[in-house]
Write a protein that binds this ligand. Structure first.
Ligand code: PAF
Length: 284
């Protein structure tokens, strides 16, 4: 496995792979890799011949006061994980490689970035689209792999790729969960033992929303209210949103139609940690 921190070197390796006719897959990450990330690398491995993982804690997607400085940086174990799951190349740029002093250009997402996470973390998605565009420019992938866990992020990246006519296929991979249902996240390691027990309420509320969509006649607002009250009743979670939205546009509330689809999305704070989770649902 090649480990490289210079964009020009990465581009040369990728172009060499392309000259051999290999399909290139890219898995962008911020490191602190867990089984969710491994599942993305494994999927890329299945579908591509040359797999690039990027590890970069992107400063521009953190708001002032967020966890940029304390975000876990675990390069050694991340590299082991990449090697074990079959990455061919790991790109580990320094901040000034991606953001030289004279950089002036950013990628601004549109409407999709103005709701949900975009309200609570204004500017976050511009940081994401800017870095992902740069990572695509360096790694020139045929396909790129993202987790459904960051549901809004993957929609915004799909929209960016369409709008900018970037020649990359976006693949969204299922959420990987702990045995009790908690969605895997690099930020789960911030949780105290007590908070870890309460964190399971997010996936329980989503499961209840899914059940109510399939088995009741409640409309989407009523189902959202049910999620809120389940989350509140834990006594520890500070709910930021719990909604049923259109899975393409994120408009909410959604109309309940027989066989119609929705995505249930939750964000909540647990002590100093912010958790998000989601589940795709179908109305009966
Ligand atoms: O999902 C993430 O880990 C990050 O937002 C990403 C896509 C790697 C951009 O920094």
């Amino acid at each position: 496995m090649i480990v490289e921190d210079l964009p020009e070197q990465v581009r040369q390796h990728v172009r060499e792979a392309r000259r051999k006719g290999l399909r290139v897959g890219c898995v962008p990450t911020m490191g602190a890799l867990h089984q969710g990330h491994s599942s993305l690398i494994e999927r890329a491995r299945e579908e591509c011949d040359f797999v690039v993982t990027t590890i970069f804690v992107n400063p521009t997607q953190f708001l002032p006061g967020e966890d940029y400085t304390r975000y876990p940086r675990t390069l050694e174990s991340d590299l082991r994980c990449c090697a074990d799951t079959g990455a061919d190349l790991v790109f580990t740029p320094q901040t000034d490689h991606m953001y030289p002093d004279n950089a002036q250009t950013t990628v601004q997402p549109g409407k999709l970035a103005e709701v949900l996470e975009g309200v609570i973390r204004p500017g976050h998605f511009a940081g994401v689209t800017t870095i992902v565009a740069k990572l695509f420019a360096v790694t020139e992938p045929d396909a790129a792999y993202f987790g459904q866990k960051d549901f809004q992020q993957q929609l915004i990246i799909r929209q960016m790729v369409r709008d900018l006519k970037l020649p990359v296929e976006i693949v969204t991979c299922p959420i990987v969960r702990e045995l009790d249902g908690l969605a895997m996240s690099s930020r789960n390691r911030y949780l105290s033992a007590g908070e870890r027990s309460a964190a399971v309420e997010l996936s329980r509320a989503l499961a209840e929303a899914s059940r109510l969509a399939a088995e009741s006649t409640l409309d989407s607002l009523q189902i959202s209210e049910r999620m809120w009250s389940l989350l509140q009743s834990s006594g520890q979670l500070e709910v930021q949103y719990a909604v049923l939205a259109d899975p393409e546009t994120l408009e909410h509330p959604v109309q309940r139609t027989s066989g119609g689809r929705a995505v249930a999305l939750i964000a909540a704070r647990l002590g100093t940690t912010r958790l998000i989770d989601n589940e795709l649902l179908r109305f009966s």
